[in-house]
Design a protein around this ligand. Sequence first.
Ligand SMILES: C[S@@+](CC[C@H](N)C(=O)[O-])C[C@H]1O[C@@H](n2cnc3c(N)ncnc32)[C@H](O)[C@@H]1O
Length: 199
Amino acid sequence: MIFNYNKYSINPNKLIHLSGLKRGSILDFGCGKGVLESKKIDFKNINKIVLYDKKKKLIKFLTKKYEKKKFKIYFSLKSILKKERCNIVFFSSVVQYISKAKLKKLVQQLSKNKHIDSIIFSDVPYLPRIFEFVFLPLINLNRFIFVLKILFSKKYIKLNYYKYSKKDFNIFKKDFDVKFYKNLHDLKLMRYSVVLKKN
Ligand SMILES: C[S@@+](CC[C@H](N)C(=O)[O-])C[C@H]1O[C@@H](n2cnc3c(N)ncnc32)[C@H](O)[C@@H]1O
């Protein structure tokens, strides 16, 4: 299912800042329709942005949205890890669709890549979905309406959803320094961001 909350964008320079690097390349993992704001990018700090999603249907939309040469679009993680030197991997509103066991394997796979320095997770939910749903209209009406529109579709109902407590990130402490931040997205009270930085 392809969806994202299109009203929100993130300045990629924020990710460079959070990673502590001066300059780097970013892999937007599970990019969907793309949350990184292409117009605000300062390419003095960013070498390139690699967009990756498992949904090949996105190709038309993404090629239209991200015209610049410095964006690369992939639908195979293996190819990215082979061909591209990415320093930061950014998961924006993605971990809730990945089981804890799968995320552990994925982070292990990413950490083996010598170029990857930081992994940033944003929009990580820690509350039960129903709780978020009840409070969402009070916090962000636009996002509530967006969720309402897709809520009753079969694909959405079938989608597995996982919440993550901060403790769930303890398993990465062996290989990474783990730091928690305010959510980069709009739901500051209900969700958070995490930065894993290679030891
Ligand atoms: C809620 S959307 C978020 C899209 C975008 N990152 C954003 O912040 O607006 C979740 C996206 O993650 C992608 N996704 C989920 N699991 C994935 C996986 N294991 N590998 C690649 N993409 C994945 C989905 O296809 C979907 O486009």
